[in-house]
Design a protein around this ligand. Structure first.
Ligand code: ZN
Length: 743
């Protein structure tokens, strides 16, 4: 497991369509892994198709990717991604739609008029960007607009006009509701009541607008390419139209179809316009894309072969394509997205398109036991399609204990051996590597609690600082997965997950050598845990990261964040890959950025800092003498102020924020200790304190002094002890807002 390290990527500049339902992944990760492990042209399998961009990236980096996509919506995302249509196609498609007639009107005006609201400033009507609703009420309470006439903008209370228009919409949406229901589940369809239930998450005005758009999509004369472009925009409007837009929003990622207490009703014409930016793809050439079984249409230079069905059926058809590896984002159950996908497929392409996927309408709850069983079943078929030893590189976003447990258990019981697991923070996708093993009939032997415990202690010793519950959990689970205890669990995943979770929980909670740092009533999963004090362990991770980043910057001026991370990660165990916020805090402290390239600050070059350290130590000496202390300097960077043979003040002068060794060696009471640092380092030290309660506690009574203040003190003509005390008390360690991210 040790050679596997986290592969850094970059957040996509454009999140793309339906991003709130898709795994949040970084770009460049899967292509980097592939480049290091497989020859271009090789056939890969993405058995989940859950992250269209991942399959597309693999194909674009020169591989032939067979992707199974049972969900017609993700399949459409894959096809559109491969087609790489420029913005012009979408604009032209939307222009055709806008100009089509609805009675005497342009369709654009007809739809915009649904959202008209009186401007609070000029009283004239303007289309609202959105109306704000409270759950269960029959009229909006506010609206958001930017007046097209006078420019007045913002959120304003709803008016009588707004309430009246909403009431009219209820009356005119009846027919629209019947029509969109008919396209998914006609009268007599056993799933009709479930479709009806799902459609309740659309306000009347949205149903009216969507039914109008869908109707027009059917009748408008367009080239096939334009039609696809327009379908894409209407799909975005289908999502913009539901009530799953909580207000105020903090990056919502809905998993359940439920109405938030307050939500946005978006203007769907504007949603169409805004969607162009999400779908347009100017950066890539179109990618070869064909449907199973036309494998011969995919050239060796890479492309996408789509399988429109379940992996089970592919395995039965199998053997046509020499698969060498598996890549994919582990799908996470999402009742909201799956249910909506069934609706949207019916709306956009008719009943037959929705039919194979419609079964999702019935299911409301997906627990981890269900997840493990479903994943296990899929991976058993994947197993049959692969040669022995074939690698499986998986990304698991939105990690939590149950999801990870279900995943590792499903893979293990399907015959995949875990070879590596890399984790940065719980907010980043985990990277997992398996190899297709053999299905051995072995007796169940659980990993003993002591072994799990030893793995947890080892993790914390090596980290040198507290760990999140999830990181510890992953360390314990990795130990579990290495054993063969899960091999026979396939019959009852619910119980297996429960047992595993409680075993690791027990290993963490009932261990006298471990303690929780931020003990509070908050849930176990967000706590920080550490070894009891007094144990021999590695230098804190944060200090090692600081040193490694600075060394790399010295040797590689003009490097990028990605290069820093690529160099950094192999130096750390895979489950303790340094958080990006920490690397960023070190870069901000020591370096300047220009167009994504980092250079050490001139004052942070080694030679300049050495000179400055000596100068600062001299200033401390001189100030002490001016304040009538006896001054001693036991070494270059430590200075003592003495009075009547007693130590009154101890100064440590540092160029870095590496305070660990100094705190370990200091023999003086913290109340008289001062730490003098360059200003840029004080922010980094504050950041380190914010993420490590132990460090915060140990520095509690220390005074932190910036070099700038030392220089200023040396300049004061009449300095006395009182002025000195006042000055150092008034120099709080500042922390810039950008450094407040905890992990
Ligand atoms: Zn106005």
């Amino acid at each position: 497991m040790d050679t596997f390290t986290l592969i850094p990527g970059a957040l996509p500049a454009n999140s793309g369509p339906l991003a709130r339902f898709l795994p949040p992944l970084e770009e460049g990760v899967v292509s980097a892994w592939l480049g290091a492990h497989l020859k271009p042209g090789a056939w890969l399998l993405d058995p989940f198709g859950a992250a269209p961009r991942l399959s597309l990236e693999a194909a674009r980096s020169g591989y032939r990717v067979l992707t199974t996509a049972n969900n017609p919506i993700t399949r459409f995302l894959l096809e559109m991604g491969a087609a790489s249509l420029p913005a012009g196609e979408f604009k032209a498609a939307l222009a055709s739609l806008a100009a089509s007639r609805k009675g005497e009107e342009r369709l654009e005006n007809h739809l915009q008029d649904l959202y008209l609201t009186p401007c609070a400033a000029c009283q004239r009507e303007t289309p609202a960007q959105a109306f704000l609703w409270r759950k269960g009420e029959d009229a909006p309470y506010a609206r958001i607009y930017q007046c097209v006439r006078c420019g007045d903008s913002g959120e304003r209370p709803a008016t009588d006009d707004d309430r009246q228009r909403a009431a009219e919409m209820v009356r005119s949406a009846g027919l629209a509701r019947a029509r969109v229901l008919e396209r998914v589940a006609p009268l007599g369809d056993p799933d009709r009541e479930y479709a009806e239930e799902a459609i309740r998450h659309y306000p009347p005005r949205a149903l009216y607008a969507l039914a109008t758009l869908i109707n027009r999509l059917d009748s408008l004369q367009l080239t096939p390419q334009r039609r696809r472009a327009l379908t894409a925009l209407v799909l975005s409007a289908c999502d913009a139209g539901n009530v799953l837009w909580p207000y105020p929003a903090e990056r919502p990622r809905p998993k359940q179809l439920s109405t938030p207490p307050q939500y946005l009703e978006n203007n769907l014409w504007l949603a169409l316009e805004e969607a162009i930016g999400l779908w347009a793809n100017e950066a890539h050439q179109p990618l070869p894309c064909a449907h199973w079984p036309k494998a011969q249409e995919i050239p060796e230079s890479g492309g996408l072969l789509l399988y429109e069905g379940r992996i089970r059926h592919l395995a039965e058809a199998g053997g046509k394509v020499p698969l060498q590896a598996v890549v994919g984002a582990i799908p996470r159950p999402n009742q909201a997205f799956w249910t909506l996908s069934a609706l949207w497929a019916g709306w956009l392409w008719g009943r037959e398109a929705a039919e194979p996927f419609k079964v999702v309408l019935r299911r409301r709850r997906y627990d981890w036991g269900w997840q493990a069983a479903a994943l296990h079943a899929a991976l058993q078929h994947v197993f049959d399609l692969l040669p022995l030893g074939a690698p499986f590189f998986g990304l698991l976003a939105e990690a939590e204990a149950g999801f990870l447990t279900a995943t590792l258990m499903a893979a293990s019981t399907a015959g995949f051996d875990l070879r590596g697991m890399a984790l940065r923070t719980v907010h980043d996708p985990l990277q997992l590597l398996w190899a297709r093993g053999e299905r051995l009939q072995v007796e169940r032997e659980a990993v003993p609690l002591e072994d799990i415990r030893a793995a947890l202690h080892e993790h914390l010793r090596e980290r040198g600082e507290p760990a999140s519950y999830f990181a510890l959990y992953a360390a314990g689970l990795g130990k579990q997965a290495q054993g063969r205890g899960w091999r026979r669990l396939a019959e009852d995943f619910d119980q297996g997950i429960r047992e595993t979770q409680s075993l690791i929980q027990q290993a963490i909670q009932e261990d006298e050598q471990l303690h929780r740092l931020d003990a509070s009533e908050r849930s176990l999963e967000i706590g920080l845990w550490d070894l009891q004090p007094g144990q021999v362990r590695a230098e804190p991770l944060a200090d090692r990261v600081e040193r490694a980043v600075v060394t790399f910057l010295q040797r590689n001026p003009g490097c990028s964040l990605l290069e820093v991370e690529r160099h950094l990660y192999p130096q750390f165990a895979p489950l303790m890959a340094p958080p990006r916020s920490l690397v960023q805090a070190v870069l901000d402290s020591y370096a300047l950025q220009q167009a994504g390239r980092w250079q050490l600050r001139p004052e942070d070059r080694a030679a300049a800092r050495r000179v400055e350290l000596r100068h600062m130590a001299a200033l401390v000496r001189r100030i002490g003498e001016r304040l009538d202390y006896a001054v001693e300097q036991p070494n270059e960077t430590t200075c003592l102020w003495l009075e009547a043979g007693q130590t009154a003040r101890v100064f440590y002068v540092l160029a870095s924020a590496l305070v660990g060794p100094l705190l370990a060696q200091n023999r003086y009471p913290p109340e008289i200790c001062l730490l003098a640092l360059p200003g840029g380092r004080a922010g980094l030290l504050a950041y380190k304190q914010s993420r490590d309660p132990n460090l915060r506690h140990r520095l509690l009574h220390w005074r932190i002094l910036k070099f700038r203040l030392l220089r200023a003190l040396a300049e004061i003509p009449v300095l006395n002890r009182q002025t000195f005390e006042e000055q150092i008390a008034g120099d709080p360690v500042q922390q810039s807002p950008g450094q407040m991210m905890m992990f």
